[in-house]
Design a protein around this ligand. Structure first.
Ligand code: 9MJ
Length: 674
């Protein structure tokens, strides 16, 4: 065996260990991942060529050993303690008072405060710096041997660095960071496999795999927070120094811990972490306070299974169980008919929850929620409470599945749910009181009838006073009626009437858009108006010849169906009649550039095109409504690059402007019929 290979293997391992330390412990990587992978590959190759150089602590040997039939038992020489819990500020204050009394101290005590990771506790023994054994907490006295699995945790060293003690038992929490948890579940779902309910279960399930090759694929991490047995080393004075030492030896510790003073400092940390919680990359269920001075920890000792020198301050539970009293349907401003579960009130995430939205009918079916069910409700941070799942085992026999209502609970119009769409809708439109206000707001809005001064508050007043039930009623308002409204002066009343009068003179696309037909936005309204010219022609086609409607550019069967449904309703035809009677009129519209498909877009041409000349390309683009400019800027939509393009192409790349070649240009033109 060559001396050179041995030296190179040693050098590679040292370098990889250094990069692991920078990446996982210091969170300050020095080289890109690809460079790291190269080092690893070189080491793997050398070891394959010289198998006698392989050692158990080589970074290539994380996944070692075949699946085992069962986990061995490990007795903890120093029991693994659990923590006393506190849920209120008073309990924290009492903990601090007791510590002061026992220590006979007057002044504020220092604490080391850290996030309480929601994973599982693990103890790992390093002998002469080499990871020898890792075990779960088990009952605190005896745990399971998970050495092979802990070895697969990339952030956990197989060998310590620096001046470590000859025997070191370190304790910490193994957890699955949220990003890894979500990715894992997404992938498991895609493969049709079981997903984990939460990161804690994911960590436990992954670590307790009998096959370490499976553990190796799970994105686990470990943060160390304390000691078991050690020898040949004298303890520092403080908890924070202890963690610094662990870090120096290459062990990952939580970066979000802090030193605080007194109960007050503890509570401040608790509230800060409560706010940061939702943004942390891992799940926590509270914070832990530990007396900062190890001598004090020693003096206080422990009772039963928990130390007197530490306390877990838990966040309010984010999940709780309750019962569904009823499932009701609410109609939103836009007609969406949404199921809401009425619950037996339950305290969760710090508030009492008695309603949760079920979002839509598909969701009700997916979760299979039924009246009378026992369910898990979750409220995390300030997030809207959600119904997580039904506890099927507790369902009463014969509980019927929930049905989508056929009629709107507010106006009794038909409720429609289209194939492939999640949302069910009331077809009542402005005739449904739940939607009236929104329908009128839309009617009056700037791009619709543009009724100046008719804002949301005023509309609410008019609807409330029942002066306006449909948009046509707006045109029958009188000065006297307006005077009767709160905060409405003579002048503003007159202004509103004048604005209404002005709005009567409109255009067909505006009117079509104002009607609030689903799927008919401004662009579609414009296309329809240009195609049919007259409203009656459109109504006729919509009702009797949907295939004609589908001839309109950008109009497909969905829009045609909406138009059909809208104009089939007598209330809607009556609305149009009443608008006409009130004097609303529109002109045939002139074709405008904004209706062209590339309107508002700017193209720049560079290089030589082969199938058409630059002027031809320019003419084709401008005919579709685009502008063709001479130079590239951030506002450029796209650069067309022919053969031998100039500096314009470089500029496009520099500014991140999209670039099309000649084939791309031809496809673009062809897509618009050129
Ligand atoms: C967790 N779970 O994050 C302790 N823990 O200390 C922290 N657990 C602990 N400390 C002594 N940060 C026993 C358990």
């Amino acid at each position: 065996m060559s001396q050179g290979a041995r030296e190179r293997v040693g050098a590679l391992r040292a370098e990889i260990a250094r990069h692991d330390y920078r990446y996982y412990v210091l969170d300050d990587p020095e080289i890109p991942d690809a460079e790291y992978d190269k080092l690893m590959l070189e080491l793997q190759r050398l070891e394959a060529a010289h198998p006698d150089l392989i050692t158990a602590d080589s970074p290539t040997q994380r996944v070692a050993g075949a699946p085992s039939g069962a986990f061995g038992e490990v007795v903890h020489q120093v029991p693994m303690l659990s923590l006393d819990n506190a849920f209120t500020d008073e309990e924290v204050a009492a903990f601090d008072r007791r510590a002061l009394e026992r220590l006979g101290e007057a002044g504020p005590l220092e604490y080391w405060a850290e996030p309480k990771l929601d994973g599982l506790a693990v103890s790992a023994i390093f002998r002469e710096g080499v990871l020898e054994r890792a075990a779960t907490r088990g009952d605190g006295f005896k745990g399971e041997d998970v050495t092979a699995n802990v070895r697969t945790i990339r952030s956990f060293p197989l060998r310590l660095r620096g001046k470590f003690p000859p025997l070191l038992e370190v304790r910490g929490e193994v957890f699955m960071p949220l990003a890894g948890f979500e990715r894992f579940n997404r992938e498991a779902e895609a493969r049709g496999e079981k997903v984990f309910v939460n990161p804690r279960n994911a960590a436990a399930g992954s670590l307790r795999q009998l096959d370490p090759r499976i553990s190796a694929t799970r994105p686990l991490k470990m943060y160390c927070y304390g000691l078991g047995r050690t020898s040949g080393w004298s303890l520092p004075e403080r908890q924070s120094e202890l963690l610094e030492a662990l870090k120096d030896w290459g062990l990952p510790v939580c970066p979000h811990s802090a030193r605080v003073r007194g109960a007050e400092g503890c509570l401040q940390y608790f509230h800060e972490m409560g706010e940061r919680r939702a943004r942390l990359p891992y799940q926590i269920d509270g914070v832990v306070y530990k007396l900062e001075r190890l001598a004090y920890q020693e003096r206080l000792g422990f009772v039963a299974r928990a130390p007197r020198w530490a306390l877990a301050h838990k966040f309010p539970a984010e999940e709780a169980m309750t019962r569904v009293r009823a499932i009701e349907w609410q109609v939103g401003r836009t007609g969406a008919v949404t199921p809401v579960a009425r619950l037996e009130p339950v305290f969760v995430g710090g508030v009492t929850v008695s309603n949760v939205t079920l979002h839509n009918f598909d969701e009700v079916r997916r979760k299979d929620v039924r009246v009378g069910d026992t369910v898990v409700v979750r409220r995390a941070g300030d997030v809207i409470p959600e119904l997580v799942r039904v506890i099927q085992e507790r369902r009463e026999a014969h509980a019927p599945a929930v049905q989508l209502p056929k009629r709107c609970p507010v106006c009794h119009s038909e409720v429609i749910k289209r194939e492939g769409e999640a949302v069910a809708r009331c077809t009542g439109g402005f005739s449904c009181p739940a939607q009236r206000q929104e329908a009128i707001r839309h009617f009056a809005s700037r791009l619709a009838m543009d009724i100046e001064g008719l804002g949301e508050k005023l509309i609410a007043q008019l609807v409330e006073a029942e002066l306006v039930r449909s948009p046509a009623d707006l045109y029958r308002l009188t000065a006297e009626q307006l005077q009767g409204l709160e905060r409405m002066g003579e002048k503003s009343g007159a202004n509103l009437l004048a604005a209404l009068e002005r709005s009567k003179h409109t255009t067909l696309p505006r009117l079509l858009y104002a009607l609030g037909i689903r799927e008919v936005g401004e662009a579609t309204a414009l296309s329809l108006a240009r195609h049919f010219g007259e409203l009656d022609a459109l109504i006729e086609a919509a009702r009797a010849h949907p295939e004609q409607v589908e001839q309109v550019p950008d109009v497909g069967p969905v829009v045609a169906a909406e138009l059909h449904a809208f104009f089939a309703a007598p209330a809607h035809r009556e609305l149009i009649e009443r608008l006409r009677e009130a004097g609303v009129r529109w002109e045939r519209l002139e074709p405008r550039a904004s209706a062209l498909p590339l309107a508002g877009q700017t193209f720049v041409l560079t290089g030589t095109l082969s199938a058409l000349t630059r002027p031809e390309a320019q003419a084709a683009l401008t005919a579709l409504g685009a502008k063709v400019a001479g130079s590239v800027s951030k506002k450029t939509t796209c650069v067309i690059a022919g053969d031998a393009p100039g500096s314009k192409l470089d500029k496009a790349h520099a500014l991140g402007v999209p670039v099309l070649d000649e084939a791309g240009l031809r496809r673009l033109l062809a897509a618009h019929g050129r």
